[in-house]
Design a binder for this molecule. Structure first.
Ligand SMILES: C[S@@+](CC[C@H](N)C(=O)[O-])C[C@H]1O[C@@H](n2cnc3c(N)ncnc32)[C@H](O)[C@@H]1O
Length: 212
């Protein structure tokens, strides 16, 4: 697996693109998981949504499908392989995606342009410095009172899938999420925790709102 140690794990060719979706589905991150993610998000018609570390953009496609296409979906990822497959998936699903290659700690957007930013199991693939930079950037590109959803590996609840998945996430960069540091980093960036729910026994969604 090719790892860019500076900015994060880009999954390379073997674990990227169509292969990524194959392995993700086997590990429980298939279509129904992304439908669950979309239904957890505070969506409204006409929203401008950004997904950072979007991978093959399963989140953005599920969000667009749930909203009948009445959202503008933007995705950013380190990996050209992931983004290439996301483009194909978007076309097949009839979903219009605006995709950008780059790192989440340097967002190529103006201030206060998004209604919702989401990141799904991508923070655990970066470093602590990148995550901090990304949270600062998210605060910058969000409109006042807009939302930020961090979905990430979290301190596991006791459960069968926790035991099965332990080998996959115990080596990730997840100290911030296991020790619940995101609310502290977010509040320093004017993002206030509103909701905290487990989507799986080892994956949490923390929803923040930008104070005006
Ligand atoms: C586990 S995948 C998750 C993909 C997608 N969000 C999902 O839920 O299926 C993590 C993704 O984060 C991307 N990534 C890692 N570090 C990144 C960074 N610094 N900036 C942007 N993307 C990054 C990887 O290329 C990969 O596509």
């Amino acid at each position: 697996m090719k790892i860019n140690h500076k900015k994060g794990n880009n999954f390379g060719w073997f674990f990227g693109g169509r292969h990524y979706d194959f392995f993700a589905t086997i590990l429980g991150f298939g279509h129904s998981y992304y439908e669950q993610v979309a239904s957890t998000l505070p969506l409204e018609n006409g929203m401008s949504v950004l997904d950072i570390g979007c991978g093959t953009e399963s989140v953005g496609i599920a969000v667009s499908e749930l909203m009948g296409g009445d959202v503008s979906v933007h995705g950013l990822d380190l990996s050209g392989v992931q983004l290439g497959y996301a483009t194909d998936k978007g076309k097949k699903a009839g979903v219009s995606l605006h995709l950008y290659k780059g790192s989440m700690d340097m967002l190529p957007f103006k201030n206060r342009v998004f209604d919702l930013v989401v990141t799904s199991v991508a923070f655990c693939e970066t470093t602590s410095d990148v995550r901090k930079g990304a949270i600062g950037e998210v605060s910058r590109v969000l409109k006042d009172n807009a939302y930020f959803a961090i979905i990430d590996c979290a301190k596991p609840l006791l459960g069968m899938d926790t035991v099965m998945m332990l080998p996959f996430f115990m080596f990730k960069e997840n100290a911030d999420s296991w020790n619940n540091h995101y609310p502290d980093i977010c509040i320093e960036n004017n993002l206030v925790l509103e909701k905290d729910v487990y989507l799986k026994s080892y994956v949490k969604c923390q929803l923040f709102r930008k104070a005006d």
